[in-house]
Design a protein around this ligand. Sequence first.
Ligand code: HEC
Length: 219
Amino acid sequence: MAGSGEPTATELHSLSQTFLNRRPRAKQAVPSFVMKYGLSILATFAVLGLLGLVFPYTGFYNVAATEGHTGLEEWYLSTLSRRSIQSRAGEIEVPTSLADSGAVARGAMAYAQMCQTCHGGPGFERSVTGEGMTPTPPLLSETAPRWTSGEEFWIVQNGIKMAGMPAFGPTHSDEELWELVAFVEQLPNMTPDDYTALTAQPDTTSARPLADDGHDHVH
Ligand code: HEC
């Protein structure tokens, strides 16, 4: 049994080799993966990014409104704008007098003047201008219930770029914008007769008579 407790020089050497070789290899597993694929992934992104920047110059993309959007474009743009609107409209405080009949009537007059051409109304088609747009402005009597009052306010105030929805905030007071929202919310329940009655009235709410001749007109 003499010398059995002591490792020989050869044994020591091979032990140290095993130790030296294994430890570093185990540690290198992650960095070597990054070195091997990380650079290729980065290079791929760089090439794709460069192609994306060059693409507009090629003239390959057809911007014709008559072309419509592909399914992917439609999904991308509608998700982009829906999420953008939802995440910005959450803080908006809705006035308690929203359904006030005066507000609805004033909103109806404004709607007929500013929105019907694109969005149509009960008994009214979109105009040729609205029909020719891509995306085609939705019929609000159908889509209004998909949005909260705050979201509708945000849309009318700020507009939607890349869609052609104008912003009315720069030209109208918050009160006028809320009147539009109040009316838009009534749209789904409105018959063509209701709409015509509301919008055919002389606009006494915003029009001021030039002079009062002092007596009531009865015809
Ligand atoms: C020049 C045409 C045009 C006019 C005028 C216009 N809109 Fe729009 N509106 C659009 C387009 C385009 C969209 C976005 C469609 C899309 O994203 O698919 C839109 C979207 C909307 C939406 C979101 C509806 C939905 O379901 O996506 C609301 C609400 C809205 N408009 C309200 C109004 C109101 C209220 C007015 C008038 C004050 C108005 N719009 C005037 C074109 C117009």
